[in-house]
Design a protein. Sequence first.
Lengths: 241, 241
Amino acid sequence: MIRLFTSDDLGPRRQVAPTAAQAHYLTRVMRLPAGGELRLFNGRDGEWSARLAAPAGKTCRLQVEALERPQSFGPDLDLVVALVKRGRLETIVEKAAELGARRVRLAITERANVGHANIARLAAIATEAAEQTGRLDVPDIFRPEPLTSLLADWPADRRLMFCDEAGDAPPALEALVRAEGRAWAVLIGPEGGFSPAERAHIRALPAAVPVSLGPRILRADTAAISALTLWQAAGGDWRGP
Amino acid sequence: MIRLFTSDDLGPRRQVAPTAAQAHYLTRVMRLPAGGELRLFNGRDGEWSARLAAPAGKTCRLQVEALERPQSFGPDLDLVVALVKRGRLETIVEKAAELGARRVRLAITERANVGHANIARLAAIATEAAEQTGRLDVPDIFRPEPLTSLLADWPADRRLMFCDEAGDAPPALEALVRAEGRAWAVLIGPEGGFSPAERAHIRALPAAVPVSLGPRILRADTAAISALTLWQAAGGDWRGP
């Protein structure tokens, strides 16, 4: 079943105008006929069944039909990730969407590989991954911000799972036994690791929970996926009903 | 510190001939001077310090010096993965090396995306990932084999973590509470999932342990990384000393 994200409101008898890229995807790539069924979600109104209305000239419209799933959100989990190289950052954003992160914050660190990011492209990757993974919202991607200012403004009530390569942190599953029911974020450093000053700054935060991700050196994308997985399994929505 | 895998024996006063690609990497990419230090491992003799010997004509030699870490292996964990599309399969092999899998077996399934794989290229990816992640061996990559014959010959004493999308499996962490100290494999299906017949065949194996990886649909590479992570955290070498 095709699932598309729209920014339009969804409700009975509404019509939605797909973007040009969505119209191309529906009619050219997927060759959906007039009357063909799909699902729509917008992060507010739940998931709705809809049909491709008969084409009228060049426009393409989607006729909204029925509510299939009421709006819901996953646990309150953010990902804070250093600006690593473009390919790995794109992988991380895709996986953050699959693994249920609500927001992705990009941190400029001392050893960051790059100083900028194409937010529109990352948002498009997050949207496509959200469509495919079946969630009812799309993670927000924030503009890059210096790690120091992110930490200076860190909310006291959001725990920060700090994936610390430097060695003496407890295994992640041990550190996450009380993860349930709170707001959290996962923090992933750049390929070269955090600087000693950054590391001291992070560990001094009362909200920081240092964890170890095993004895091998992980690339940033692997560390992000592993950390989000362990959080969801220990305290998030992978725990079952 | 540069780490290279070699198939040569390692020991005091031995000399190792790097491959042409390794010689190029050392002298051209990394610009290692004569006398420059690196580490060598071969999956048998541990990790050794070595130095680039002074060049003699066109040949390049590595002088082995001292044992830095005795040979060790991670837990006895295999990955069995359906032949998914090339890019995702390459990611999976890289991550399997980082996450400590000992062997990667490629399964031809009913809904597999492709029927062949470039084993030499996958082995090179596994070797490079092993060099960077710090392990002392390289995972073996096996030629593709039909899933039916893999299952027909499945050893009774190797548990099979079956990542089952179809719904009624318990959360992975619950299913893995007794993972410790046994031989295991993680089984990951193709993008379209296993067929009903394949699924019934897998679940009928006494060694099979069906697990759920949460409420969202995961791509094959995400599922592989998440499953290997959860296994290492619950029963493998991420549990700490």
